[in-house]
Write a protein that binds this ligand. Structure first.
Ligand code: IVH
Length: 711
């Protein structure tokens, strides 16, 4: 990537050489900005990108004549792409200067003090807060209501993402407390690491794009043209700044931050007030140590002069404020040798290639394994056994391989041959058309799948049986004591007279075995959504399990309807229109956010006899609770009704309207059928309104609906 002349110290460059390098750097930086900001697909580690910008800055510092108004040192981001409306920012959205070393921080404090001409005795306070690795957003509130949301874009003009932003739960549609008539709240949209991992797992499972890190996942999720996709993504928001205001929020950064908190925003935490470069560095180190424990990725911390009057005096230099700087942490990347590629078999039979590495320290954690995602990813990165590879901790929990490092004098191994059979059970591995995942076809005969399913079944968000962790379930499986979920609930009975034997065979204490049995007993009644989630059906995560629970209410009803839908689907495999497949199948697809792909995974599951047997055996042991709609719902005119929203609603976003209807006990469907009670029609309603008319379903305008739910 870096051409050799870049290794020349800037001080030794001739003007001619500097001009040539400058032009090359500008092109390279602009290219990477497009990949990063517009395509959400960076090709370079952030730290390498920072180095390009630093080098450009150093060249321009020595040869100011090379600097132009559109140099990357003077600009931020990229101009908005098509697809979204454009928004001109009332106050530009700028970037921050970077500090990397301790001396850069004392330089920053020194620069601030010198600029303000402060005597040694005059204190200056700074706010220090985490620098979240996401994408920045400006939210415009008029009279307390969210009216517009825009991305940063090139700082002057961003993309209008209002519809998508309304689906983010951390972002209030209405401010609480006494807010000025006009407030532009600025902050970062991001994704928690755990949510990112889960999203990637689901994406890989569906054969959809996996994201390189939480930042890309957040950016890719926000910049969707279909806001229902954004709604299904676990986005969050931190507020840390503001743009246009009709009146100031307070005299200091700290107090203004508190005001933002009072309006209902989450602030970037943990933050502190610091009085010197030493205190800032102490904060930097403290946050650095706890970095792995934060639920989200940070790439540094930010220091801001606390007094807004001083901020005003300090002003801006090109694209960043003089009163703030970002202090970055070193990249969590390292190079090491790839010793081998092995294959892991997941719960649903997905074969995942794993890089077995020469152990290496990556940002304080020793890494010896990393995911290679799937066959295409290995091919795309062209990594081969024996290569020197770059390892990155991005989602932190599972490290990734970024690529290999060329070693011209070393002969490389042959490209990796992806196995054609499951390495665990020998069954054929297939890759369905249009899918990226290769799967073992062994189903329950594959021990790897069976044990993974059991591990999923007892996991925290599923049955969560105290004392039955994944190690124990693995042991029980290997001993043949528990082969399928129902066996957990017959364990005590089968082992009754042999509790001592269980104690001696497993190495658990007697007390612990008794406690385990009590914990198992306690789970014989369980929430229906946990029950559904625990079955480990492809694509059925917690959110989808909740949707199914609300729609079908009891385990037996759900199962029976799924069996009916499966039978209908078996008859009409290729049919794309759910209503032509059959009534039970159409009902399933009619649930908002459930599409044909999810419906097919459900019906595939219910077509397999061994799955039906496993569910029946389980239902003989446990009683999932009947779903009861929230109490407020019972008396509401919406209770038990099926409603469909169509067109653009004016008074609230689609997700808010949906949530309101559901809270009142209604079922929100995605398409109009004979079972629909009401169709609520917003502006520009299309075929659904026409269909409702055709079927004689009651149509409500947005105002009529508002009146109905108001009482
Ligand atoms: S303040 C005028 N505070 O980092 C400067 N930015 O590299 C306003 N960022 O564009 C930015 N966490 O997208 C600020 N606590 C924080 C931040 C933060 C993340 C992002 C923001 C900014 C970029 C600069």
């Amino acid at each position: 990537m870096s051409s050799p002349h870049r290794l020349t110290a800037v001080d030794d460059l001739s003007l001619e050489a500097a001009a040539a390098e400058h032009a090359a750097l500008v092109a390279e930086i602009n290219h990477h900005r497009v990949l990063y900001y517009a395509k959400d697909a960076p090709a370079l580690p952030d730290a390498d990108y920072d180095r390009l910008e630093q080098r450009l800055g150093a060249i321009e510092a020595r040869f100011p004549e090379l600097m132009t108004a559109d140099s990357p040192t003077q600009t931020v981001g990229v101009a908005p792409s098509s697809g979204f409306g454009k928004v001109r920012h009332a106050v530009s959205m700028l970037s921050l200067a970077n500090a990397f070393e301790d001396v850069d921080v004392s330089d920053f404090v020194g620069r601030v003090r010198r600029f303000l001409n402060l005597s040694d005795e005059t204190p200056v306070a700074f706010v220090a807060e985490p620098k979240i690795d996401g994408l920045s957003l400006s939210l415009r509130y008029e009279k307390g209501r969210l009216v517009q949301a825009a991305t940063r874009g090139d700082g002057a003009e961003g993309e209008d993402v209002t519809a998508n932003v309304r689906t983010i739960r951390d972002i209030p549609h209405e401010l609480t407390g006494d807010a000025p008539d006009l407030v532009e709240v600025r902050g970062e949209v991001y994704m928690n690491r755990a949510d990112f991992m889960e999203l990637n797992r689901a994406q890989a499972e569906k054969g959809d794009k996996v994201f390189a890190n939480p930042r890309n996942a957040a950016a890719g999720s926000l910049r969707q043209l279909d806001s229902s996709i954004t709604a299904g993504r676990p986005l969050r928001f931190f507020a840390y700044a503001w743009g246009a205001l009709s009146e100031p929020l307070g005299p200091t950064q700290w107090e203004s931050r508190q005001r933002l908190g009072g309006f209902g925003f989450t602030l970037s935490q943990p933050s502190e007030l610091c009085a010197s470069a030493e205190e800032l560095l102490e904060y930097y180190r403290k946050i650095g140590r706890s970095r792995a424990e934060l639920p989200f990725d940070i790439d540094g911390v930010v220091y801001k002069v606390d007094s807004l009057a001083l901020q005003e005096r300090l002003g801006f230099i090109s694209r960043s404020p003089r009163w703030a700087t970002a202090h970055k942490y070193p990249a969590e990347q390292a190079t090491t040798r790839l010793n081998n590629i092995t294959i892991q078999v997941g719960r649903t039979g997905a074969l995942t290639p794993v890089a077995e590495l020469e152990p290496v320290n990556v940002g304080g954690v020793v890494v010896s394994r990393a995911t290679l995602h799937n066959k295409d990813e290995i091919e795309r990165k062209d990594v081969r056994v024996g290569d020197l590879v770059i390892v990155q901790r991005a989602g932190d929990v599972i490290p990734q391989i970024v690529g290999y490092v060329a070693e011209p004098d070393r002969e490389r191994a042959e490209p990796y041959a992806f196995p054609e059979c499951c390495p665990q059970c020998g069954s054929i591995a297939v890759r369905e058309e249009g899918e990226v995942v290769t799967r073992c076809t062994g189903g329950l005969v594959c021990p790897a799948q069976a044990v993974e399913r059991l591990r999923h079944f007892v996991s925290r968000n599923a049955f969560d049986i105290e004392g039955l962790g994944i190690e124990r379930i693995q042991l029980f499986f290997e001993q043949g004591r528990v082969k399928q979920p129902a066996d957990i609930f017959t364990l005590e009975k089968r082992e009754e007279e042999r509790i001592d034997r269980l104690v001696s065979m497993t190495g658990f204490g007697k007390k612990s075995v008794e406690k385990l049995f009590a914990a198992i007993e306690a789970r014989r009644t369980i929430a229906l959504d946990r029950f559904i989630f625990a079955l480990g059906i492809r694509q059925i995560g917690e959110a989808t399990a909740k949707l199914l629970t609300r729609a079908y209410r009891t385990a037996e009803n759900w199962r029976d309807r799924m069996i009916a839908a499966a039978a209908e689907r078996a008859e009409k495999r290729e049919e794309k229109k759910p209503e032509l497949v059959g009534e039970a199948y159409a009902e399933l697809c009619g649930i908002e956010q459930i599409g044909v792909s999810v419906a097919d995974d459900l019906t595939d599951f219910f077509r397999e006899q061994h799955n039906l047997d496993a569910v029946a055996a389980l239902l003989a042991q446990v009683k999932p609770k009947k779903y009861e709609p929230p109490a407020a719902a019972a008396t509401s005119p919406m209770a038990g009704k099926t409603v469909v929203f169509t067109g653009t609603l004016v008074t609230m976003g689609r997700s808010e309207a949906k949530a309101k209807a559901e809270a009142l006990g209604a079922k929100v469907a995605g398409s109009v059928s004979g079972k629909t009670d009401y169709v609520i029609v917003g502006a520009d309603a299309g075929s659904k309104a026409a269909k409702a008319q055709e079927l004689g379903v009651k149509i409500l305008s947005e105002e009529e609906w508002a009146a109905l739910i108001a009482g």
